[in-house]
Design a binder for this molecule. Structure first.
Ligand code: AP5
Length: 217
């Protein structure tokens, strides 16, 4: 049985940070719909050009675009391997469609892991986030600074700030999360999929230990 997991939580809760560690530790693939969209934006593909309008405004990209990404992923590299879904699903139609897709493949979601962090900390984390343009390593000028300002510890490349981490866009992303995505917690609470709440406002390794313990690993 494949071990598909959903990492859930508001922008800046640590889904990417924890998702990379979980995938490594449990030998899973990680699908970040945000990363796929940002790669498409960088390449200037038709999907990237369409998605960028929504992302820069802090809005959700239309469901049919996202579901196309997930369908292709499950039919391709993830056909034989469990997946950590990071940032997906984010709307009720996405959650319903994921259930249907995984049901057809006889691979029900093993658990939904909800990272909880208060809004003030989220805003500080997002404003301090820096990403390596080459290897994708994540830093935070407040919580996990690189050894040398604006340089990646791992590969020495320049660190950049995400366009949607501007204060006004961050506020809109938080509103969108509360309006359109947080209601999915109720959806999963009413389903047979196990859902766990985890305090995400602690050091990265403490959060990771809790996630692994909840998964019995
Ligand atoms: P996406 O890329 O998914 O962004 P997000 O959900 O807003 O989440 P973030 O990546 O901002 O945060 P995170 O929770 O991964 O935190 P991270 O680990 O980076 O989506 C971007 C956009 O794409 C969306 O707005 C939307 O437009 C579109 N999109 C994507 N998926 C979609 C979908 N399914 N449907 C529709 N549209 C979609 O950590 C943040 C910072 O905090 C980092 O600096 C990190 O170093 C630091 N940090 C992490 N953990 C800790 C800790 N424990 N202590 C201190 N600092 C920490």
């Amino acid at each position: 049985m494949k071990r598909d997991l959903i990492l859930f939580g508001p922008p800046g809760a640590g889904k990417g940070t924890q998702g990379v560690l979980l995938a490594d530790r449990l030998t899973l693939l990680r699908l970040s719909t945000g990363d796929v969209l940002r790669a498409a934006v960088r390449r200037g593909t038709p999907m990237g050009i369409e998605a960028r309008r929504y992302m820069d405004a802090g809005e959700l990209v239309p469901d049919d675009v996202i579901l196309g990404i997930v369908r292709d992923y499950l039919a391709g590299e993830a056909a034989e391997t469990g997946v950590v879904f990071d940032g997906f699903p984010r709307t009720l139609p996405q959650a319903e469609r994921l259930d249907a897709l995984l049901g057809e493949l006889d691979r029900p979601v093993r658990a939904v892991l909800v990272l909880e962090v208060d809004d003030d900390t989220l805003i500080k984390r997002l404003s301090g986030r820096r990403t390596c343009g080459s290897c994708g390593a994540l830093y935070n000028v407040f919580f996990e600074p690189p050894r040398e300002a604006d340089r990646c510890d791992a590969c020495g490349s320049a660190l950049t700030q995400r366009a949607d981490d501007e204060p006004e866009t961050v506020r809109r992303r938080l509103e969108v999360y509360n309006e359109q995505t947080a209601p999915l917690i109720d959806y999963y609470e009413r389903s047979s999929t196990p859902l766990h709440h985890v305090d995400g406002d602690r050091p990265v390794d403490a959060v990771q230990r809790d996630l692994l313990a909840l998964l019995g690993s």
